[in-house]
Design a protein around this ligand. Structure first.
Ligand code: SAH
Length: 376
C-alpha cells in the first residue's frame, strides 16, 4: 500500500494552539481593521520573519512605535503607520505618582473611549510589581471595592491587558530596571474574562517576547469556582489568590454577592482540588472591615478553613472608597487578628498599602471618576 493513503492510515488534523506571537498579531491586526494576523500579513505580503520582527520590537525590545522598527523597510513602516497599526492598545491619559514616589498609577484610554487603571509599585527598588486590569469595570459588586460599585463596562482583549504591562516595562527600561512581578489585581474579575487573561499570561511569559516567568505572575479571583477548576487543569505555575474576606457564608454573602452563587464550602473544595493537583501555595486575601469580619471569632473561624502550609492569608487593611458604608479595622484589631491566625499555625502576612494618596491602593481603582487635575 502506498504511503499517505488507503486503509490503515489515520489522518490527524492537529490544531496547534496559537503562540504568543499569533495572539499578539491577531489582536493588533484586528485593531487595524483586518480579520486576523494572516489577513494583515497577506495584505502587506509579509513573510513570517517580518511579523516576528514586529512582535519582538513591541514585546522584547519594547520600542516606542512601529516607525522605530528600523529593521523594517521604510515604506512598510509608513504603510503601517498610515493604517494605524499600533504597538499600544492603551493610551496613558493621566499618570500620577504617590507622595512617597514608590507608586505610579496610570489611567489608560482604550480605543473606544473606555478607561482602565494600572499601578506600578516599586518596593525600594528591589521588587517592581505591576498591578493590571482585566476588565473595564467589574460585574461582581463587592461592597468594599470601588471598581465593583461602579459596575461592569466590558472585557479587555489580550493586548489591552498586556500593553498595561508594556507601558510600565518601558517606564522601567528607561531606568535600567525591570518588572519583577505582575498581579491581576486591578480592575475587573480575571476569571470572568478567562480566555483573554490566559492569552495575556502567554504574552507576558513568552521567552521570545516579554519573558516574565509564570511564578512571577499572580491571578486574583473573587471565587468563580468553575474557572478555578479550569485554571487547575492548565497546570502552569502562575500563582492563585482568592478574595475570601470572610469566614462564614453569612458574612461573606453580605459583602460579596458572588458568595450566594458559590458559597465558601464550594470555593474551598475547588481550592482543595487545585492544591491536590498543583501542590502550589494559595493566597487568601482578607480585607479588614471594622465590625464586619474582624472579630476574634472570625479569626478562629478563618483558621479552621486553612489546612496547612499551602494556605496563606494576606491580611489587607481596608482602603477607603468613595461611597462604601464600611470602615477600616484599627491597628490593634488587625494585630490581634493576625496573632490568632499565627497561634493556630496559619501562615499570614499583613499587606502594606501603597499609593492611597493617589487612590491607587487595592480596591480604589475606579478610572472614570478620578479627578483629572494632578497630571505628572
Ligand atoms: N476581582 C479580583 C481582582 C481584583 S481586586 C478579586 O476579587 O480578587 C484585588 C484585591 O483587592 C482583592 O482581594 C480585593 O478584594 C481587594 N480589595 C477590594 N477593595 C478593597 C479595598 N477597598 N481595600 C482593600 N482591599 C480591597
Amino acid at each position: 500500500m502506498r504511503s499517505g493513503s488507503g486503509a490503515g492510515m489515520v489522518q490527524w488534523v492537529v490544531m496547534a494552539s496559537p503562540t504568543a506571537q499569533d495572539i499578539w498579531i491577531d489582536d493588533k491586526a484586528r485593531r487595524a481593521g483586518y480579520a486576523d494576523g494572516a489577513a494583515f500579513a497577506q495584505a502587506h505580503s509579509l513573510k513570517r520573519y517580518r511579523i516576528e520582527q514586529l512582535y519582538r520590537a513591541a514585546t522584547r525590545e519594547r520600542l516606542a512605535a512601529v516607525d522605530d522598527v528600523t529593521v523594517l523597510p521604510k515604506e512598510l513602516r509608513a504603510a503601517l503607520v498610515a493604517e494605524s497599526f499600533a504597538f499600544d492598545a492603551v493610551e496613558p491619559v493621566i499618570v500620577q505618582k504617590s507622595n512617597d514616589k514608590q507608586t505610579i498609577k496610570g489611567l489608560f484610554r482604550l480605543h473606544d473611549g473606555n478607561e482602565v487603571e494600572a499601578v506600578l509599585m516599586q518596593h525600594h527598588g528591589e521588587r517592581n510589581t505591576v498591578c493590571i486590569s482585566s476588565q473595564s469595570g467589574c460585574a461582581y459588586a463587592c461592597a468594599f471595592c470601588a471598581t465593583g460599585q461602579a459596575g461592569f463596562t466590558r472585557h479587555l482583549s489580550a493586548t489591552e491587558i498586556f500593553d498595561q504591562a508594556r507601558y510600565f516595562a518601558r517606564h522601567l527600561d528607561a531606568q535600567g530596571r525591570k518588572i519583577t512581578n505582575i498581579v491581576f489585581m486591578g480592575m475587573g474579575e480575571p476569571f470572568h474574562n478567562y480566555e483573554s487573561v490566559m492569552q495575556a499570561v502567554q504574552l507576558l511569559n513568552d521567552p521570545k517576547g516579554f519573558g516574565l516567568g509564570h511564578r512571577h505572575i499572580t491571578i486574583s479571583t473573587v471565587g468563580v469556582v468553575p474557572e478555578i477548576d479550569r485554571f487547575s487543569d492548565e497546570e502552569i505555575q502562575v500563582n492563585l489568590a482568592i478574595s475570601l474576606h470572610a469566614p462564614t457564608d453569612e458574612i461573606r454573602s453580605s459583602i460579596m454577592p458572588v458568595n450566594k452563587r458559590w458559597p465558601i464550602a464550594e470555593l474551598m473544595a475547588a481550592v482543595k482540588r487545585y492544591i491536590a493537583k498543583s501542590n502550589r501555595k494559595v493566597f487568601f486575601e482578607y480585607v479588614m472591615l471594622d465590625g464586619v469580619n474582624d472579630r476574634p471569632s472570625d479569626a478562629e473561624n478563618l483558621a479552621k478553613l486553612m489546612h496547612g502550609p499551602l494556605y496563606h492569608v494576606n491580611i489587607i487593611p481596608y482602603n477607603a472608597t468613595p461611597d462604601a458604608k464600611l470602615g477600616p479595622s484599627g491597628e490593634q484589631r488587625i494585630k490581634a487578628f493576625q496573632a490568632i491566625l499565627e497561634a493556630n499555625g496559619v501562615p499570614c502576612t499583613v499587606r502594606v498599602p501603597m499609593g492611597r494618596d493617589i487612590a491607587a491602593a487595592c480596591g480604589q481603582l475606579q478610572a472614570e471618576t478620578q479627578p483629572r487635575a494632578k497630571v505628572v
